[in-house]
Ligand binder design. Structure first.
Ligand SMILES: C[C@](O)(CO)[C@H](O)COP(=O)(O)OP(=O)(O)OC[C@H]1O[C@@H](n2ccc(N)nc2=O)[C@H](O)[C@@H]1O
Ligand SMILES: Nc1ncnc2c1ncn2[C@@H]1O[C@H](COP(=O)(O)OP(=O)(O)OP(=O)(O)O)[C@@H](O)[C@H]1O
Length: 306
């Protein structure tokens, strides 16, 4: 997080989408969350949140495909502003404009990015004096992915995904995202995984050593072999057309296909931009295609940009 800059009672913040390069899902805990072992990586698409001084809390959402995004307290950004104000003992006086680029309900943590950007934008606008640990604590209350949206970069996530430790590796990888026409609910995909596992409670979570080595040595072949997501069978069971999407990308030369979080987006790892164009053309029928990068450098969590 960079130092807050206050400009004419308006603060602009940005937060990235994420990929889970490894998503190991352990048993269901007593609190109804699953124990995870995951490797998060920030993507080169982000949402922006403009927070402006106002009376009361209001919210607008702009961008493509946003008609189903709630404009009230069901919106995670709204909840973020309300929670920060409550914590600071002030009224939540802010108008939020969410400029969405991250596809909705796609497994890319769009709502979490908006919550993270809202926390830091409102913190700067209201000058609450919250420190980074305070914001991380509030983020964890809002959702499992919000802590990573605040942090960015490349991290190992444990617990329900909110306990992060940085992974030291740098490099850029090219991906084509095949974004389905409809979304999947995260809770429904976890429930489907439980149904498929049928009470099996001896699921072991293992540190993805090959993946870590691939990231550190920037080895594309090893990376392609070591991407994995335990939620894939559950997402395919709920949306069988994903099988064709995956096949189409691999047939066109993608090095690997990775389901993004709880889906339904597939991220195809490609060697270069030429391959990206071919893969995108082949899987475009599934929905929208975008070519993106994962930036595994030190930055790219939620930050103030104006
Ligand atoms: C699939 C991932 O995106 C991978 O990073 C996350 O685990 C989902 O994180 P999120 O969207 O922030 O999810 P939350 O808002 O915290 O939880 C939504 C629902 O997903 C399920 N959930 C979520 C996280 C987790 N570790 N175990 C779960 O079972 C729970 O049913 C929960 O009620
Ligand atoms: N700011 C927001 N942006 C998008 N959706 C939101 C937002 N706030 C609440 N929602 C609701 O949350 C649902 C999931 O949206 P979101 O884009 O966060 O999913 P996701 O990327 O699959 O999340 P994750 O990867 O963290 O599981 C949407 O269908 C929408 O109803």
């Amino acid at each position: 997080m960079t130092a807050p800059i206050r400009v004419d009672d308006v603060v602009l913040a940005r937060a990235p989408a994420k990929l889970n390069l490894h998503l190991g899902v352990g048993p269901l805990r007593k609190d109804k969350f699953h124990e995870l072992l995951t490797v998060f990586c920030a993507l080169s698409i982000s949402d922006e949140v403009v927070a402006s001084e106002s009376e009361g809390l209001s919210l607008e959402v702009t961008g493509e495909g946003v008609k189903d995004v709630p404009r009230d307290k069901r919106n995670l950004a709204w909840q973020a502003a309300a929670l920060l104000a409550k914590q600071a003992g002030i009224d939540p006086d802010v108008h939020l404009e969410i400029r969405k680029s991250i596809p909705v309900a796609a497994g890319l943590a769009g709502g979490s990015a908006d919550a993270a950007a809202t926390l830091i934008a409102c913190d700067a606008l209201w000058q609450t004096g919250a420190d980074r640990d305070d914001l991380v604590g509030l983020g964890a209350q809002l959702g499992s992915d919000v802590v990573f949206s605040l942090t960015g970069g490349l991290s190992l996530g444990t617990g329900r995904g909110e306990r992060l430790s940085p992974v030291l590796a740098s490099g850029k990888w090219n991906w084509v995202l095949a974004i389905a026409k409809s979304g999947l609910s995260t809770a429904t995909v976890y429930a489907e995984l439980d149904r498929i596992r049928d009470g099996q409670d001896d699921v072991e979570l293992q540190t993805p050593t090959d993946l870590m080595n691939a990231l550190r040595s920037r080895d594309l072949d090893l990376l392609a072999e070591s991407l994995s997501n335990d939620m894939e069978p559950a997402a395919i069971s709920l949306m069988p057309s994903l099988r064709q999407t995956k096949r189409a990308g691999l047939d066109e030369g993608a090095r690997a296909a990775l389901l993004c979080g709880s889906g339904p987006t597939y991220a195809f790892l490609v060697q270069n931009e030429e391959d990206a164009v071919d893969v995108a053309a082949r899987v475009a029928g599934a929905g929208v295609c975008r070519t993106v990068r994962t930036a595994t450098g030190p930055v790219t969590g939620a930050r103030i940009i104006g």
